[in-house]
Write a protein that binds this ligand. Structure first.
Ligand code: PLP
Length: 388
């Protein structure tokens, strides 16, 4: 069969592949310690499930508006105002099938063939693939541990050309867990405004912050940056709702209308009764978010101490999300070889940094229980000691 050319340009998701391999090994009865999943291991909070179940019972089982249930769009606009200082109305918001889909809708709505999109590396692996699918060009800007894996205003300025359309900002970051300070965000915003480009702020980990780190939404800084900002967010990480497929895009009305047209011909509305779970997530108690954060905080401490105690590994302390991104270069192994050997020899699943554009690192998710963390790190330590 002759497939469309775009298929060969897109790489399958390495994170999904490794998580699937770990699951398959587990199903075969193999004792695998998996640090691969990008999803909280908690069940969705009961009140959120109850709200969706009630909507289902009440017959909210039909097609709805492609852009989402009006009540949910309203609740999201309110959330963006209260939490993030962003002055959006419901019509500035579209409900999507996850944060991934909101980014995809945005890229398809904004990027023409040849348009350049600036993506700091290490990056979440789907950004460049989405740009490729739209025919755009990803301009990858490499960062390293010396700046906490964060792009500097100078680097951003230098990467901008007349073809630049969009800059992708992800804070807290997947895969590094790093969080941009308010001052850093301000400086990046100034570059975006000066160059008259757009920025998409992927804020999916905004609620998972440690040690007093602050999340600042770039669009809240001034009217000039606000009109050049798109917000992508979702319910997966903060409320442990990964399988619900609920996210949203917010921004100027033209982009929401464009995304709505695309969505209207591709997926239509997100599952109607699921959207009622999302309304409950936003409008009812936020204690569940704090409880999950408390568990992540403890795990992060244990993981970080154990990893940095392994000779040959070096990991900065992340301020957000639930990932660690240690440097493995002292082992002499490239990331894919490291990960393949680790899972084959010690049954520990981690993600190779190459998937995120950083071949000297691996990503470990601590969205898993402390027993697995202790056991998995014993194995990781054994493995690394044989390679240095
Ligand atoms: N953005 C980042 C940085 C992510 O890590 C993820 C999920 O792993 C997403 C967006 C998309 O999340 P979802 O589509 O599950 O809402």
């Amino acid at each position: 069969m002759k497939l469309a050319a775009r298929v060969s340009q897109v790489k399958p998701s390495l994170t999904l592949a490794i998580a699937a391999k770990a699951k398959a090994m587990k199903a075969e009865g193999i004792d695998v310690c998996s640090f691969s999943a990008g999803e909280p291991d908690f069940d969705t909070p009961a009140h959120i499930k109850a709200a969706a179940a009630k909507a289902l019972e009440e017959g909210k089982t039909k097609y709805g508006p492609a852009a989402g249930e009006p009540k949910l769009r309203e609740a999201i606009a309110q959330k963006l105002k209260t939490d993030n200082g962003l002055d959006y109305k419901a019509e500035n918001v579209i409900v999507t099938n996850g944060g991934k889909h909101s980014l995809y809708n945005l890229i398809l709505s904004l990027i023409d063939p040849g348009d350049e999109v600036i993506i700091p590396a290490p990056y979440w692996l789907s950004y460049p693939e989405m740009v490729t699918l739209a025919g755009g060009v990803s301009v990858i800007v490499n960062t390293d541990v010396s700046t906490g894996y964060k792009i500097t205003p100078e680097q951003l300025r230098q990467a901008i050309t007349p073809k630049t359309k969009l800059f992708v900002l992800n804070s807290p970051s997947n895969p590094t867990g790093m969080v941009y300070t308010p001052e850093e965000i301000k400086a990046l915003a100034q570059v975006v405004v000066d160059a008259d480009i757009y920025v998409v702020s992927d804020e999916i980990y905004e609620k998972i912050l440690y040690d007093g780190a602050e999340h600042i939404s770039i669009g809240s800084l001034s009217p000039e940056i606000f009109q050049r900002t798109f917000i992508s967010n979702g319910f997966a990480k903060a409320y442990s709702m990964t399988g619900w497929r609920l996210g949203y895009l917010a921004g100027p009305i033209e982009i929401i209308k464009a995304a709505n047209s695309i969505q209207g011909h591709s997926t239509s509305n997100v599952c109607t009764f699921a959207q009622y779970g999302a309304i409950a997530a936003l409008q009812e108690s936020q204690d569940c978010v704090a409880e999950m954060l408390a568990a992540f905080t403890k795990r992060r401490q244990v993981m970080l101490e154990r990893i940095n105690a392994i000779p040959g590994l070096n990991c900065p302390k992340p301020d957000g999300a639930f990932y660690l991104f240690p440097d493995i270069s002292k082992t002499g192994l490239k990331s894919l070889d490291f990960c393949n050997a680790l899972i084959e020899e010690h049954q520990v699943a981690v993600i190779p940094g190459i998937a995120f554009g950083a071949d000297n690192n691996i990503r470990l998710s601590y969205a898993t229980d402390l027993t697995t963390i202790e056991k998995g790190l014993d194995r990781l330590e054994k493995f690394v000691r044989t390679h240095i």
